[in-house]
Design a protein around this ligand. Structure first.
Ligand code: HEC
Length: 447
């Protein structure tokens, strides 16, 4: 038990007994000190310390705790050194007060007080426009899907009406992808430091078909294979997960990156996959087995975004280094050190890091967006700039061409969707994609 001082009125102090909390007290210690080596993608000694349930399942030597009996609990024995090797392995011992928190929680009965993450059917209420992290046109060009808080908003493509609000569990939606026939909408995201989620929707009926929860953080750069059979996502634990699009079940996991994987794209024939990471590498993978084939690029800066030519196996890559690069997905000859023979074109340096790239469906334009306020359009055949779409506040996280290549939609930090003529960059329309609560406004909310 822990005594919590509660002040009644002005000066009478009362002490209330409260159990040590798993969620508030124990979990943050495990998150900080242990999860690097004990998590779903790296279970040292078969032990996952990222949830109460996993702790109960324990590792090679059985459950990590026994309620009421701290001295019989493995987790206590390993942190106080009565079992060797002492945990955290190779790092300084936990300070006595942290060991005491774990002990006290077990003495208090080792209860699970993790709040339930329930799906609320109540639509999100907004007092100001949220940052837009993803947007995509539907393949028939009729609709535009835009990320919101815990939801995806489906708008008429010209911004004239909000058609559906697709509410899910993930707090953030970081990527969106439609199947070619428009019957599936894939969303990747999650709730930071809690879980990643891939959602599979029927965008026509607004029905969630499946949801897969994976890893302990948001997932990035979700993509769907052109044959709509597989979904790939990048993760903050340096892995790429590939799921079966029909069932949402995981097919395999690839662990050959050394930093967060932020973007994925399949080859035109759905047989190969490219993942791009903060470790500077874009890696080519066999999409049926998950086998690593080769590095595509010469390593330069952290990569955040990737897009493929609509029909050819050419990709455009970009990130911290600010240059968009076009690469061949295939390496015809064996790679030598510092070999860059698959580089097709390097385009001009942007005014800020690149966050989003899109290749127009007619193959004639590449849109480059990022930390700078302008979205630039390039001719992939010459590398020359065609136009600059202006008017944004800096920080653009998503750019998407319409299926006919005539329009470009952008969204980012300022929470506004902007739709431009993709030839001239003339602004056609702009709108806030979420309903702003009038009640919040009259209650003195922000503008
Ligand atoms: C640097 C990596 C690393 C860190 C950090 C780490 N562990 Fe471990 N842990 C291991 C390895 C490796 C083993 C297997 C050790 C052995 O048996 O030789 C292990 C084993 C264990 C076991 C035994 C599980 C079983 O059933 O076999 C427990 C319990 C444990 N760790 C708890 C913790 C706790 C609690 C923390 C944080 C305070 C922690 N570990 C931090 C790597 C780590």
């Amino acid at each position: 038990m822990r005594l919590i001082p509660i002040y009644f009125f002005v000066n009478s102090l009362v002490l209330l007994a409260a159990d040590t909390s798993y969620f508030k007290d124990v979990r943050p210690i495990l998150q900080k000190q242990c999860q690097g080596c004990h998590q779903p993608s790296m279970k040292s000694s078969d032990l996952d310390l990222t949830s109460f349930v996993a702790l109960g399942q324990g590792g090679k030597h059985g459950p990590a705790f026994s309620p009421g009996k701290p001295d019989d609990s493995l987790i206590v024995k390993y942190v106080n050194g009565s079992l060797q090797p002492r945990m955290p392995l190779g790092l300084p011992a936990l300070p006595p007060e942290q060991v005491a928190v774990i002990r006290n929680w077990i003495i208090d009965g080792a209860k699970d007080d993790t709040p339930l993450t329930t799906i609320s059917n109540k639509p999100s209420v907004y007092i100001q426009p949220p940052v837009i992290t993803a947007l995509r046109f539907s393949p028939d060009g009729a609709q535009l899907a835009v990320s919101g808080n815990r939801e995806i908003l489906i708008h008429k493509a010209d911004g004239s009406a909000l058609l559906h609000r697709l509410s899910g569990k993930a707090e953030r939606i970081l990527s969106l992808a439609y199947s070619k026939d428009g019957n599936l909408l894939i969303a990747g995201g999650g709730t930071p430091a809690q879980f990643g989620e891939v959602q599979i929707w029927n965008p026509k009926s607004g029905e969630m078909l499946r949801s897969a929860t994976l890893t302990t953080d948001t997932v990035f750069g979700a993509s769907l294979s052109p044959d709509a059979s597989k979904i790939a996502v990048g993760c903050a634990d340096n892995t790429v997960h590939v799921l079966d699009a029909a069932t949402g079940k995981e097919l395999y996991k690839i662990g050959n990156h050394e930093n967060w994987v932020l973007a994925t794209v399949f080859g035109a024939d759905s047989k190969r996959l490219v993942s791009a990471s903060r470790d500077n590498a874009a890696k080519l993978i066999d999409a049926s087995s998950g086998a690593f084939l080769e590095n595509i690029n010469l390593l330069r800066g952290e990569l955040t975004s990737i897009a493929r030519h609509p029909s050819k196996d050419l990709v455009v890559l970009g990130g911290a280094e600010r240059y968009p690069y076009i690469y061949l997905m295939d390496r015809p000859k064996n790679m030598k050190i510092a070999d860059d023979t698959t580089l097709v074109r390097k385009m001009e340096r942007q005014d800020g890091a690149i966050f989003a790239l899109d290749w127009s469906p007619d193959g004639k334009r590449i849109a480059v967006a990022g930390a700078a306020p302008d979205v630039n359009l390039y001719d992939p055949d010459t590398g020359l700039k065609l136009a600059s779409c202006t008017g944004h506040a800096a920080g653009i996280y998503s750019a998407a061409f319409s299926p006919d290549g005539a329009k470009l939609a952008t969204g980012g930090f300022d929470g506004k969707v902007r739709i431009y003529d993709a030839a001239s960059c003339r602004l056609l329309t702009s709108f806030v994609p979420v309903p702003i609560s009038a009640a919040a406004l009259t209650a003195g909310g922000t503008q």
